[in-house]
Write a protein that binds this ligand. Structure first.
Ligand code: NI
Length: 188
């Protein structure tokens, strides 16, 4: 396996639409996915899309660890490591929620992004198996983030309030504001 170079915001590969992979079980797709997993783990990310490693194909990997979904009781909020070729999703509700996201292509930055709370997604895994799942919460969020990469969209392009775009080191100010709000709510 090989660690791949990650394209950072500003590289045109991140704003191009990726192409369908003709054969999801092809050897080069399997190898790409293995290398993407190693690259994602090295960067301590929870998802990666092929354009982020300079490959314009519709391939994503992601995981939604249970600890990231711990305030969400539904099992659909978590997911084991999954690789999908030619993935698509549809929202199952109009409800969206604002949540903090980072991206390996935008290191050191976090933003609050609106995403659908509940989706159904599908695709083919590298062994050729059709996968179809319903996802909610953090799981739904990470899948929407990764599929966006295949359409040339990075998370700041989805933000509706750019005052919620922050260097990681400054994020505590938002968390302090949230805490102060909670304390005030508790006092009322
Ligand atoms: Ni990303």
């Amino acid at each position: 396996m090989t660690l791949l170079k990650i394209a950072r915001m500003g590289h045109p590969v991140l704003t191009r639409r990726a192409e369908q992979a003709a054969d999801p079980t092809a050897r080069d797709i399997r190898r790409l996915i293995e290398d993407m997993v190693e690259t994602m783990d090295d960067g301590q990310g929870v998802g990666l899309a092929a354009p982020q490693v300079h490959v314009g194909r519709r391939v994503i990997i992601f995981k939604a660890p249970a600890e990231r979904a711990d305030d969400e009781i539904e099992p659909s909020a978590a997911s084991a490591l999954t690789a999908l070729v030619n993935p698509v999703f549809e929202p199952l509700t109009d409800d969206m929620s604002l949540g903090w996201e980072g991206c390996l292509s935008i290191p050191g930055i976090t933003g609050a992004v609106p995403r659908y709370l509940r989706i159904r997604y599908s695709g083919v895994d590298p062994s050729g198996r059709e996968i179809e799942r319903e996802a909610s919460g953090f799981h739904a969020r990470v899948v929407q983030h990764e599929i966006d990469h295949l359409d040339g969209l990075i998370f700041p392009m989805r933000m509706t309030d750019l005052s919620l775009l922050s260097f990681n080191e400054e994020l505590r100010h938002f968390i302090e504001v949230e805490r102060a709000d909670e304390d005030r709510d508790a006092a009322e």
